[in-house]
Write a protein that binds this ligand. Structure first.
Ligand code: IMP
Length: 432
């Protein structure tokens, strides 16, 4: 890994293939940090033909002798956490990997998941309800409690008295919402309290001060990788609001969610797919509803790692990518799934939008404005060769090299890593 402290950020609507890039970088990293989101993420890594999907654990867990950190900005579902830790074979302790969960991260309680689903269902029946198409993992409802200052933090799980106090208040309040608003049975405090204490007993050995852990790693010159979840266009501030997730997915989110000051980062890596996908609702200017979109979905196996939903597919959007470059300050781009573009009659790349008949190259980050844009495309020839065995840039067909060259020219950012297949080894590194 080239630089000391790096952030790896999704440049599109999530699902850019960050898991495999983190996996490639984690080989040389000492510390891997998750800093936002929760089990709504699904990071897939394929090692020796075996597929590993992490929703919560940092992707660095597959390497020995790493420190893996779940930062304060994460919302952690203990059930998911316990099942992922128990599913690791061999256990992290056996390979010398340490896992630290921030005492200040927030707990996704079962009622958060229930409220997430109920609120989406209710919106479907409302005349003016905007359905987001959430993953149902309780992410938004948990962040609501965090910002409403009633959330339960990880440290509370290991403090029976504080937990009792906070949980009583939450159960009382949530029961009002569940019973009076949604007309469903309320929560049973005793059951929930016992379950939460059992989570605390399991998690106790992992709870720590993630901020101090990261700080001392950076001070001692260790290589630290911040692993973003979701993507720039799903960021709660900078994405296509309201069709976004509830956390800060952009590079700035690393500072608050990972507790490291901006000046200590050496490089921000943007991960972009060679085309675009989106799950859930919201505008997607380059979505292809025809045979090309279908082909991208089938060839790219574009089905959600968390929910299994088919992803909406379309062409690379340079306008949106340039927006992500600006918001995040990418120093390099990792371009994934280039192999999926083999064998198309024509590749399209969106280089501008037409808004009310006028050409624009600016990205309107309001979902309502974006909904009305018409993409302006440039056309590129594809290639017919199987590129999955290429390991150097020069081995790629000239049309594939031109496609990458166009991305570099249009964004002003070098493409340093190219994914040419699903496996760990199917990667071209160019001065990365
Ligand atoms: P939530 O994060 O579950 O609240 O969902 C909000 C929106 O973000 C929905 O459109 C989801 O499909 C989308 N989303 C959340 N996590 C991911 C992800 O990891 N990849 C892609 N889309 C996601």
């Amino acid at each position: 890994m080239k630089n000391g402290v790096q952030a790896l950020i999704g440049a599109q609507w999530g699902d850019e293939g960050k898991g495999r890039v983190v996996d490639a970088l984690a080989r040389d990293a000492d510390v891997v940090v998750r800093y936002q989101g929760g089990a709504n993420a699904g990071h897939t890594v394929i090692v020796e033909g075996k597929k590993h999907v992490f929703h919560l654990l940092p992707s660095g867990m597959l390497y020995p002798d790493r420190l893996c950190v779940i930062g304060n900005g994460v919302v952690l579902d203990p059930e998911q956490f316990i099942s992922e830790v128990n599913g690791l074979e061999p256990a992290p302790e056996k390979i010398g990997t340490r896992l630290v969960v921030s005492n200040n991260a927030h707990v996704v309680m079962p009622y958060h998941k229930q409220l997430d689903v109920l609120s989406e269902q209710a919106r479907k029946t409302m005349r003016h309800g905007a359905v987001i198409g959430t993953t149902g993992r309780g992410i938004g409802s948990c962040y609501v409690d965090k910002y409403n200052r009633v959330g339960i933090r990880i440290e509370d799980l290991a403090s029976p008295k504080i937990l009792e106090e906070k949980l009583r208040m939450n159960v009382e309040e949530k029961n009002l919402i569940l019973e009076k608003l949604y007309g469903v049975p309320g929560l049973n405090f005793d059951e929930l309290y016992e379950t939460s204490l059992s989570w605390g007993r399991f998690m106790e050995r992992y709870i720590g001060d993630s901020s101090c852990e990261i700080d001392s790693a950076v001070k001692s010159g260790k290589k630290v990788l911040f692993e973003g979840a979701q993507g720039t266009l799903l960021d709660v501030d900078h994405g296509t609001y309201p069709f976004v997730t509830s956390s800060s997915c952009v590079s700035g989110g690393c500072c608050t969610g990972g507790a490291l000051s901006p000046g200590r980062f050496d490089r921000v890596i943007g991960v972009a797919k060679a085309y675009c996908t989106r799950v859930g609702e919201g505008p997607f200017p380059t979505e292809d509803h025809g045979a090309s979109g279908e082909r991208l979905r089938e060839r790219g196996a574009e089905y959600g790692a968390t929910t299994g939903r088919p992803r909406r597919c379309g062409w690379l959007d340079i306008v949106a990518l340039n927006y992500a470059v600006r918001i995040n300050g990418f120093g390099v781009i990792a371009l994934t799934k280039l192999d999926v573009l083999s064998g198309f009659d024509e590749l399209k790349v969106c280089t501008g939008y037409e808004i009310d008949g006028l050409r624009s190259v600016g990205f309107p980050n309001s979902a309502y404005a974006l909904d009305g844009v018409a993409p302006v495309y440039e056309s590129f020839p594809s290639w017919w060769e199987d590129i999955s065995k290429c390991r150097t840039f020069d081995e790629l067909p000239v049309t594939a090299r031109d496609y990458i060259g166009f991305i570099e020219k249009s964004t002003g950012v070098p493409v340093g890593l190219i994914g040419v297949g699903p496996g760990r080894e199917d990667t071209i590194f160019r001065d990365f």
